[in-house]
Design a protein around this ligand. Structure first.
Ligand code: PMP
Length: 389
């Protein structure tokens, strides 16, 4: 295993090796990392559902009813009534014909992209799409081309050049770009797709629970119901549990259940997780309380960071990057912040391109103004001490 040791040493020498802190507490505004209390500003638990009483109760009830495991893949015996109920709940919430759940959002992108494309097709993918899309595209037999980030002229150029050579063309984009927080130009993408007879695929991992009426997501935000062919979501961020899903037609669901490899070869979701997720969607449907609090906190935090002079990019969502640039400096800053009591993620290559290192600050509905003030104060002092500000 010497070759791997050498690779690890190279990461250490480059100053980008991560010592993973250990968390002993549920995901909250303040957590205990390596035995020390820190302000948590790096989880995707947007609405605070990961440790919500109602989800825990629903999950416990399902544990008693169904046990801890689903027993097999979906296509054998792992198709419990609670999985079907979950999918009905999601489809209704997202105002789509059908939904199909996967064991994670990552797996969902791998499983769907591969299954719905063939060697006669072309995939057009935004250059900043999430890693799971990139890997899903790699698994597909279709030809691939990447268009410049949210650049509609570049997308149209590819459509003009290539459309006629393929049976189907699938345009894939994140709904909210996870490292910058900007929104896809979905109305324009849908228009181009119609004009050139292409299919559309939106990964709304960071839009669901955050954007649109009751947090229905980016498609709802842009009033595009019924006009996007595949809508992907994760159940691990705003929903607070684990899993992923795709929404679309009933035929899509039936086909994917037969041909999407995670459904054929990987055990289905724990029933207790499914029960917690159903409860989360009920909570979203019945109240905007959590989503409003999230946005309120996000606006507050962003304005404070901006007033201090930080470059926070062009996010249109609660995702708040603090742009640093240099990778070593980025990692040193995040490490120092953690030592000083604020846990944020340092994001560097390969998650973002080289030279685009940043701190990603993730606010949630769990924070309050007092905690955010404390965090901003520590961020300011730390940045000044490191000549970042
Ligand atoms: N898509 C996007 C855009 C994401 O940000 C993520 C999570 N990092 C995923 C998919 C994967 O979701 P999950 O954590 O449920 O596997």
């Amino acid at each position: 295993m010497n070759f791997l040791e050498e690779k690890v040493n190279a990461l250490k020498e480059a100053g980008i090796y991560r010592e993973l802190p250990i968390n002993d507490t549920p995901i909250d505004a303040i957590i205990e990392l390596n035995g020390k209390k820190v302000i948590n500003l790096c989880s995707n638990n947007y609405l605070g559902f990961a440790n919500h009483k109602r989800l825990i109760e629903a999950s416990k009830k399902a544990l008693d009813q169904y046990g801890v495991g689903a027993g097999a893949v979906r296509t054998i015996v792992g198709n419990m009534r609670i999985h079907e109920a979950l999918e009905e709940t999601i489809a209704k919430f997202k105002k789509e014909e059908a939904a199909l759940v996967y064991q994670s959002g990552f797996l969902c992108n791998l499983g769907v992209i591969q299954a719905v494309t063939t060697e006669k097709d072309l995939i057009l993918s935004d250059e900043l799409n999430h890693a799971s899309i990139i890997d899903g595209v790699k698994l597909s037999k279709a030809d691939k081309a990447v268009y410049k980030h949210s650049n509609m002229a570049d997308l149209e150029r590819l459509l003009i050049e290539k459309r006629s050579q393929y049976e189907q063309v699938l345009i894939i984009t994140d709904g909210v770009f996870s490292m910058d927080g900007d929104l896809a130009k979905l109305p324009e993408i849908v228009k181009l797709a119609k004009q050139y007879n292409a299919l559309t695929y939106v990964d709304d991992a960071h839009g669901s629970g955050v954007l649109g009426e009751h947090g229905r997501g980016t498609v709802d935000h842009f009033h595009l119901h019924g006009q996007v062919d595949f809508i992907i979501g994760t159940l691990s961020k705003a929903i607070g549990v684990v899993g992923g899903y795709v929404c679309g037609s009933k035929a899509m669901k039936s086909y994917l259940l037969h041909r999407s490899r995670p459904h054929l070869f990987s055990t289905s979701m724990q029933p207790s997780a499914a029960a917690a997720i159903i409860e989360a969607f009920h909570m979203l449907e019945s109240s905007d309380e959590y989503t409003l609090k999230l946005w309120d906190n996000a606006r507050y935090l962003k304005s404070k960071l901006q007033q201090l002079g930080f470059d926070i990019g062009h996010s249109e969502t609660p995702i708040t990057p603090i742009m640093i640039g240099d990778e070593v400096k980025t990692m040193a800053f995040s490490k120092q912040l953690l030592d000083n009591g604020v846990y944020v993620s340092g994001i560097i290559f390969p998650t973002v391109s080289k030279g685009k290192g940043r701190i990603r600050v993730m606010v949630s509905a769990l924070h309050d103004k007092d905690i955010l003030d404390r965090a901003v104060d520590i961020i300011e002092k730390t940045a000044k001490s490191m000549h970042i500000l």
